[in-house]
Design a protein around this ligand. Structure first.
Ligand code: NOJ
Length: 448
């Protein structure tokens, strides 16, 4: 059982739920541009309508209230609140002010993500993360938001999943802006992204009384096939943080989290990238490593490993009989919520909040007009059992299910459903799935 102060919540993100991308003087974002090119999104869908949360936010809050969540994590669209001349757009800001007021009225704590991938297009056109002034633009945006939401919001996440921003946006190019970078450019972009985080932390600390702040990376824990083997455990942990000059390096844990939590890039970084290093100063590292309050982390899946006869790690396919996620990367590996937090805590020693965890399912409206999703219920329970187990060893402060609503799953489009609430994209109707009622019960502390 989690204790009374444990934060149960749900997460969403602006582009994935809001709709209405062309109203109230909103600027275009890289996602508005990316979805307009045929072939970029599997089903050629986009976020133009989705859940219409821009207009229906009161309905969202009603659902949150019924669920009884302590906190709601959502993100702000930079493009709604700042225009391309870097002026404040009050109309867009009002949306977030009203949403936060509605949350507070209902005793729900807003947890605001400042950047969940929807970069202003004008900023991308002047270099995006390769522009050395981006951290100043981000600081200005953070200043505007924190002042506007003063008294309503004290909990901030600066950036969501830096790994996906860089790896999917600039290496694999499956996400916006889909601009390929070479190794030198990637390292440069990562450093500027970390400086954005650092400057935002300074602004939040200056503007917000009793603030909490963090960043929300994602990771896929390396899972030992058997629990009792200490050598296997140590090797799996080492692999989880390992940094190599390979295709996957923009996707690793330590290249982002070591500078933030330990004050510098991993030792091997300077050696393996010696020909491509960005300009890194002592001041940068101090800026980036300012104190944060939590380790937020998004966990969905994991990969099993074992030792071979010469004690080398080998990957293991594991048929565990659990439900299968309806998206290629989502293997159901509940132990991710045991080993992931443990590895992170042992290295970075801060309390942990799971900022996302969720299941993608083939959901549909049954003949009884309900949406039955036993697979998602099974997933949530199994993962939370592991989280409960690790919470005896590691301080775990909260868990946010991804997502409140079915929404636009980036390049995978609208058919990939993660929500506790089903969205009928033809009618806009919202239907609470069975998992909604299960999560509600669980929050009421009726147990797993
Ligand atoms: C990670 C991202 O933060 C979120 O935007 C996405 O929809 C979910 N995980 C599921 O892929």
């Amino acid at each position: 059982m989690f204790n009374k102060d444990f934060i149960f919540g749900v997460s969403t993100a602006s582009y994935q739920i809001e709709g209405y991308p062309f109203v109230d003087n909103k600027e275009l974002s890289i996602w508005d541009e990316f979805v307009s090119k045929k072939g970029n999104i599997i089903d050629n869908s986009n976020g133009n309508v989705v859940c219409e949360s821009y207009k229906k936010y009161k309905n969202d809050v009603k659902l949150l209230k019924e669920l009884n969540v302590k906190s709601y994590r959502f993100s702000i669209a930079w493009t709604r609140v700042i225009d391309k001349f870097n002026n404040v757009n009050q109309k867009g800001l009002n949306y977030y002010i009203n949403l936060c007021k509605e949350l507070r009225k209902n005793n729900i704590i807003p947890l605001v993500t400042l950047y969940h991938w929807d970069m202003p297009l004008w900023l991308d056109e002047i270099g995006g993360f390769l522009n050395d002034e981006i951290s100043d633009y981000f600081a200005f945006y953070t200043d505007v938001v924190t002042k506007a939401l003063n008294g309503l919001v004290s909990d901030y996440i600066t950036i969501n999943e830096p790994q996906c921003i860089i790896h999917l946006g600039h290496r694999v190019c499956a996400h916006a802006p889909g601009k390929k970078y070479n190794t030198k450019e990637i390292l440069h972009a990562i450093h500027n992204l970390l400086k954005c985080h650092g400057k935002a932390v300074s602004v939040i600390r200056k503007n917000v009384l009793n603030s909490t702040v963090g960043i929300a990376p994602c990771s896929r824990p390396i899972i030992p096939v058997c629990e009792a083997n200490q050598l296997l455990y140590e090797k799996c942990k080492e692999k989880y943080f390992e940094l190599k000059n390979d295709f996957e390096f923009p996707n690793t844990v330590s290249i982002y989290s070591d500078p933030i939590f330990l004050g510098d890039y991993p030792k091997e970084y300077y050696e393996i990238f010696k020909d491509d290093l960005p300009n890194i100063t002592k001041e940068d590292l101090l800026l980036i490593s300012q104190k944060t309050d939590y380790i937020y982390q998004n966990f969905y899946s994991g990969t099993y490993f074992d030792l071979d006869k010469s004690n080398k790690l080998i990957q293991k396919e594991f048929i565990n009989g659990y439900p299968e996620g309806n998206i290629d990367w989502l293997q159901v590996v509940p132990k991710a919520l045991y080993y992931g937090p443990k590895y992170l805590y042992e290295r970075y020693k801060l309390p942990i909040i799971i900022s996302e965890n969720g299941f993608c399912n083939v959901d549909f409206i049954s003949l009884d007009n309900k949406v039955h999703d036993p697979q998602r219920i099974d997933y949530i329970k199994r993962y939370l059992m592991e989280l409960e187990k690790v919470s005896k060893e590691v301080p775990i402060k909260g868990y946010f299910y991804w997502s409140l609503l079915d929404n636009f799953e980036w390049n995978s489009g609208l058919k990939k459903r993660f929500g506790l609430v089903y969205i009928d994209y033809n009618t806009g109707k919202r239907i609470k799935k069975d998992s909604f009622y299960m999560y509600k019960k669980l929050i009421k502390n009726e147990g797993l």
